[in-house]
Ligand binder design. Structure first.
Ligand code: ZN
Length: 478
């Protein structure tokens, strides 16, 4: 079997073994039970669908039942039409616009794409008063040029902008993990983004959960069909993986041929994240031709000169990627190439999180020495860095954090951002990790409850962050 297929199967095998369960890292660096892995690899042959064991094997019997999150599907497609005074601060008022449909609430026909200023009267795309949106959120011509900056867009001061928190869930498999992720967000009236690896559509339960998530207004993004390692891909390889995922998502829910998707058209899917965060320049080159508006694969926030309240905001690749350049200069093993200039392609970075100093151990409820403990296990980033990759996989599986440590790092980074330049806190998650220890689920919920308790914090989709970068609206519109 080729390297890509073997890597996919390793991911699958790791999940089955419940020893290590992620598909977003170089699995060769993962420590697991080698005997278990070898045995699983030996029984899996190319083309096999993995057979999942009952999930309650992992103690997941207390998962919420689907009927508790059903109800009328809600898609909130426009800004609130009540003006700034009527906007709630629940974080759920702004939704994910449906493709091709100008928002209601005063929208005129418009629809020619991009910023629509038509002589004397500007075309609006939803909202009113200070919250009127003049940039069509359903269309994008790659005409934004936003340099990487530690300052908010539009020349705004930090106190004028929302502190966004966006969770991006990768792969999206293990039904009870998906179900739980939908539940905890929906019960808090929040939305998030799923970066879907469409290989998992073979499973009817997963298929229906993905559809539930879409119906609940969550964002569907592209995480390839096979989760192959893009580090090995040429342009054609990237294109195939991306196109196949689009095809799978758009397929009807029922099909006489036995294959099925979730009937989500490609023009609803505008985001991409590369498996293992192993992107290549060829990926960014072809994104416009496939209608992908933003990527979230390039790491950022590793420069020690950019503190936890001063990491860069999202940016376009018009001038390449300083985040990538930093990793390349640090001899990151998967960043030994250049990222060129790609006009208008947005990067919503995969941020490093800063480990709080021991002086704050009591305040954040962790035991002193956290940075040293992380460095001992997470050896990829030197012996002195106070940062960790902003993926739950790295938190749980590499650094082996406790619940208290997981929550402490996220709360600290949110606090620092809120008091700092308010760069969005984007954090990568994996539903399949949450079929295991209940403490992991509790940690995520505790952080979410903390986030929504803070003034000026808004939990949104990646798509909403993209919208904001194009057209920042006043804080109280969100
Ligand atoms: Zn992944």
């Amino acid at each position: 079997m080729g390297p890509n297929l073997s890597r996919l199967l390793i991911c699958t095998a790791l999940g089955l073994s419940a020893v290590v369960a992620s598909c977003d890292r170089d699995v060769s660096s993962v420590t697991g039970d080698p005997d278990t892995l070898d045995r699983l690899m030996s029984v899996l042959t190319p083309g096999d669908s993995p057979v999942l064991p009952p999930e309650d094997q992992y103690g997941a019997t207390d998962m919420p039942k689907m009927n508790s999150i059903e109800g009328s599907p809600e898609r909130i497609d426009a800004l609130p039409s009540t003006g700034s005074g009527g906007a709630t601060s629940s974080g759920g008022t702004l939704g994910w616009p449906t493709g091709g449909e100008p928002a209601t609430g005063g929208a005129s026909s418009g629809g020619t794409g991009g910023d629509s200023s038509t002589g004397g009267e500007r075309t609006s795309f939803g909202g009113s008063g200070n919250c009127t949106r003049y940039v069509d959120p359903t269309r994008y011509n790659y005409d934004s040029n936003i340099p990487r900056s530690t300052s908010p867009p539009g020349g705004l001061d930090p106190e004028e902008v929302p502190q966004f928190v966006a969770l991006g869930w990768d792969d999206v498999w293990r039904p009870s993990g998906i179900q739980w992720s939908i539940y905890i967000l929906k019960e808090r009236n929040l939305k998030n983004t799923y970066f879907m690896t469409t290989y998992y559509l073979w499973d009817g339960t997963i298929r229906s959960l993905w559809r539930d998530a879409y119906n609940a207004g969550f964002e569907v993004s592209n995480h390839t069909r096979n989760h192959s390692d893009g580090y090995d891909n040429d342009r054609e390889g990237w294109d195939l993986e991306i196109q196949n995922a689009f095809t799978d998502l758009a397929a009807p829910e029922e099909s006489e041929f036995g294959t099925a998707g979730i009937a989500v058209a490609s023009d609803q899917v505008r985001g991409f994240r590369s498996p293992y965060l192993h992107y290549r320049d060829e990926l960014f080159d072809l994104m416009p031709s496939r209608g992908l508006w933003y990527d979230s694969s390039i790491e950022d926030g590793w420069d020690p000169n950019e503190g936890p309240g001063a990491q860069a905001w999202p940016y376009t690749l018009d001038n390449g990627s300083a985040g990538h350049d930093y990793a390349q200069a640090q001899s990151h093993p998967y960043r030994d190439f250049s990222v060129g200039k790609h006009a208008g392609v947005f990067e919503l970075p995969a941020y490093a999180m800063v480990i709080p100093p021991d002086s704050l151990a009591e305040q954040y409820g962790f035991t002193a020495g956290l940075k040293e403990r992380v460095r001992e296990l997470d050896t990829h980033h030197g012996s002195t860095s106070d940062r960790i990759v902003g993926l739950d996989y790295d938190f749980w599986m590499i650094a082996r954090l406790t619940k208290q440590e997981f929550v402490a790092i996220l709360k600290y980074n949110l606090d620092q951002r809120l008091a700092g330049n308010r760069a969005p806190l984007l954090f990568g998650m994996h539903p399949h990790l949450y079929v295991g220890p209940g403490e992991w689920r509790e940690a995520v919920e505790e952080f979410l409850d903390y986030a929504v308790s803070l003034d000026d914090v808004r939990v949104v989709t990646y798509r909403e962050v993209f919208n904001y970068m194009r057209e920042p609206l006043p804080l109280d519109c969100y």
